[in-house]
Design a protein around this ligand. Structure first.
Ligand code: ADP
Length: 794
């Protein structure tokens, strides 16, 4: 059966009439066959197979046309332009399907369907390609497209270099366009559109546009790939290098630094005797560390943390020296006097010895003015017990984090000061001194005293929590000693936890003893002077105490002794000659004119002045009160930073004076025309309390009656409107202060008589005490017996 029969041919075909072909149809669904190109034909349909077999048998061509959609073959369902092709090499594929090869010849337009059995035959007319017009234009476009295609082949991993060679060998622009179009993996409609684009130049241009798009994509793809590749390359390179280092180190019998460090840290954790919770935590952190690349910034943070954990004392403990005799010797060797305090410490040692060290350490609180030896006592206790000594000042701490540290999530976080001090101590049972517990601040950043309460509470401090450490730390073996200048500003909750030991100021004899036995030898040594090279006469020391210092402790005394030693050392260094003995007369040569007047002998009795005693943080001191009267309207003017209570007691003093006006010989109208100015010199120091009451009243009455007051008399006591004298506090400190200043007569409220028992005997012996209940009694002693001048005239 012949397939290329020409049926119903027009009678004659002339040259200008188109040739009409009758061809067996091979419809395709997923490809477009371009002229001049070879492509496999899958022959899934029986009809297609028969068509190909017939064509091969009769050596005729077939029409290869793409279907618009799946389904029955009809003119509507076929693209109208297809390709006439030769078929050859019919084979059976391994899966049983049949395949032949088709070689495209030329474009054809399908004009109709002739018959459908046993396969479809169509009528078609061939389409001749128009000649490309301008040779130069063709050449230029072809070259451009070829170079685009060359780049595409380079970049694409789908196309081989052969494709480019084949493209170069395409002679016609139309052929070039068809070839490239077939290689680009275009969608069917796009391919078909190119097949239908008959003008070769237009087709080539279209291909150029498609190539440009493709190139764009390929370039982007390549860029991404190179980036990815270089990342991969870098990390692989590092990995290999590191592996090589490890291998080399293994060869040399070394391990790499990180592994070594981790191993060391693990050993330290084992050795530190940490409790379970802490060592688990430390191990966990080490595990995290070992899994981290060494250059990660977090490794530093973890390492510091583990370092802190292992460097803290967890189990290291010093053994207490419980030898009482030796303890007593140590205390005496470092401190003069202070027998009560020393006794208390020895008692503690004794109890500890009896209980075999199981007893909890008490929390001591040393209260006293600066320089009375609180710190040095703490040191001696540590020395006597054979414990380490650490110290931390609480003055001005406002932030809880200073005590407890910051959480590790903070940049640069560190443990708080308690834990830092424990690390410095290096043992779990040091003597830990917390200075200035009366100066802990309160504010918005958490309450530091709450943290302190935890530290000082034996029920809680076995598991002290530091924010940084994050594991409980046992402070229960620590011997805490706190210090304070005054007790009234210490939080009551804190006060309850401590055993308060007061260190009141020293009297002159004690200071002398301390200077002779401790301060002078120490200063000599510090200045490189030999003990026999320089001696201080007692008179000299006494003069320094009286005229160059006025303090409860001995800090300034030590400083002044130091001054003298320095001057001696200097002249020794310069001239090799210096005084060998400091006498009372020689003191001003070194220390300049005296700074304080001692005793009242040299001072004149005066009108409108009285001497009281104030208690301050640095111990007690004399406080003069001055009164002047001016013409005015009966106002009371108060200056010298007087507190509320003190102002009230001035008011009370004035009212008392007015009520006694007649007795004192003051005219009633006098007060209406007079302003009274009460002043307490040394204005910068705040003064408060009712105990200056009788002093102010005395000064007032002295001014009003023009009677002078005795300057060798000092007084303290509260006054009522009716002139009764009420007791006051701090008798011991006040008496000592008056004694220091050389006062020999001291007026005290009767009710305070019992408090004198606290005053050292020597001092009591030195002074005369007058106990009073009424203001009259005060005036009788304080006002000079002198010529009673008439009350201030009016
Ligand atoms: P505080 O801590 O109370 O301010 P310090 O302990 O710093 O006082 O004492 C100041 C100086 O005075 C220290 O050098 C200390 O040795 C010395 N000192 C104080 N009291 C005595 C004393 N009773 N015996 C020997 N030296 C003392």
């Amino acid at each position: 059966m012949s397939t290329t029969e020409i049926i119903e041919l027009p009678e004659q075909t002339t040259d200008d009439e188109p040739e009409v072909l009758i061809l067996a149809l091979v419809a395709r669904r997923r490809a477009v066959l371009f002229p001049r190109l070879v492509s496999p034909l899958f022959l899934g349909r029986v009809a297609s197979l028969r068509a190909v077999e017939d064509a091969m048998l009769h050596n005729t061509t077939v029409a290869v046309v793409t279907q618009r959609a799946q389904g029955e073959i009809s003119l509507d369902n076929l693209y109208s332009i297809g390709t006439e092709a030769n078929v050859s090499r019919l084979i059976t594929l391994p899966d049983g399907n049949r395949q032949a090869w088709a070689q495209g010849q030329r474009r054809i337009r399908i004009t109709g369907i002739l018959e459908t059995e046993p396969y479809v035959k169509v009528t078609a007319v061939p389409i001749e390609e128009p000649e490309a017009a301008d040779g130069r234009e063709v050449e230029a476009l072809s070259r451009a497209v070829l170079s685009q295609f060359e780049r595409t082949v380079q970049l694409s991993n789908r196309l081989s270099d052969d494709a480019y060679v084949a493209a170069v060998n395409m002679e016609q622009p139309g052929g070039l366009a068809d070839f490239i179009a077939s290689t680009l993996g275009l969608e069917i409609p796009q391919q078909q559109a190119l097949l239908e684009l008959l003008d070769p130049m237009e087709r080539l241009q279209q291909v150029s546009v498609l190539l440009a798009k493709e190139l764009d994509l390929l370039e982007l793809q390549r860029k991404i790939q190179t980036q990815v590749q270089s990342e991969v390359d870098k990390s692989q390179r590092e990995y290999y290098l590191r592996e090589q280092i490890k291998a080399l180190q293994r060869e040399l019998g070394e391990s790499d630094p990180q592994t070594r460090e981790l191993a060391e840290l693990r050993e330290k954790i084992e050795a530190s005797g940490m409790p379970e919770a802490a060592s688990t935590k430390a191990q966990q952190e080490l595990d995290r560390l070992s899994q981290m690349p060494p250059q990660s910034p977090e490794t530093g943070v973890i390492r510091t943390y583990v370092d802190w954990l292992v460097s803290l004392p967890w189990a290291t403990e010093t053994e207490d020296n419980l030898d009482l005799k030796e303890g007593a010797r140590t205390l005496d060797a470092n401190h003069y006097g202070l027998s009560k305090v020393k006794e208390r410490i020895l008692e503690f040692l004794a109890v500890r010895k009896l209980t075999g060290g199981r007893m909890r350490s008490p929390i001591l609180c040393f209260v006293g003015a600066p320089g009375v030896g609180k710190t040095s006592l703490g040191r001696s206790i540590a020395q006597a017990l054979g414990r380490k000594f650490v110290r931390m000042s609480l003055g001005g701490i406002r932030d809880e984090a200073e005590i407890r540290g910051h959480r590790r999530t903070y940049v640069g976080a560190l443990p708080g000061r308690i834990i830092t001090a424990m690390r410095n101590a290096g043992t779990v049972n040091p003597v830990f001194m917390l200075d200035e517990i009366d100066k802990v601040g309160l504010d918005f950043r958490g309450d530091p005293s709450a943290a302190l309460l935890e530290v000082l509470d034996p029920e809680q401090n076995f598991a002290f929590s530091d924010h940084y450490l994050d594991v409980p730390y046992d402070l229960s073996k620590v011997f805490f000693i706190t210090t304070a200048n005054r007790m009234d500003t210490v939080l009551p909750a804190l006060r309850d936890r401590m055993e308060v030991i007061e260190l009141s100021g020293y009297v002159e004899e004690e200071k002398l003893g301390i200077a002779r036995a401790f301060l002078v030898p120490r200063q000599l040594e510090e200045h490189g002077l030999k003990p026999e090279g320089l001696r201080f006469a007692d008179g000299a020391l006494r003069r320094i105490i009286r005229e160059y210092t006025r303090e409860a402790g001995v800090r300034n005394l030590e400083r002044e002794i130091g001054h003298i030693c320095r001057k001696i050392a200097r002249s020794l260094a310069q001239t090799e000659r210096a005084t060998k003995r400091i006498t009372a007369n020689g003191v001003p040569k070194f220390l300049g004119p005296r700074r304080f007047y001692w005793g009242a002998a040299e001072e004149q009795d005066e009108i409108g002045v009285a001497t009281g005693v104030a208690w301050t943080e640095t111990g007690g001191d004399l406080m003069g009160i001055e009164v002047t009267l001016m013409e005015g309207k009966g106002q009371l003017i108060l200056t010298g930073r007087l507190g509320e209570v003190m102002r009230e007691s001035a008011q009370a003093g004035l009212s008392y004076a007015r009520s006694k006006g007649a007795e004192l010989g003051i005219k009633p109208k006098f007060f209406e025309k007079t302003d009274v100015h009460v002043h307490a010199p040394e204005g910068a120091v705040p003064k408060e309390g009712p105990s200056a009451g009788i002093t102010m009243a005395t000064a007032l009455i002295s001014a009003l009656t023009r009677r002078a007051t005795r300057r060798d008399v000092a007084m303290t006591g509260e006054i009522t409107l009716r002139g009764r004298v009420l007791p006051i506090g701090g008798v011991r400190e006040k008496v000592l202060a008056a004694h220091r200043a050389g006062i020999r007569t001291f007026i005290l409220p009767k009710k305070n008589e019992k408090d004198l028992l606290d005053v050292p005997k020597d001092v009591r012996r030195d002074m005369t005490f007058v106990f009073v209940e009424q203001m009259d009694q005060v005036l009788a002693v304080a006002l000079a017996p002198a010529s009673i001048q008439k009350a201030a005239a009016a």
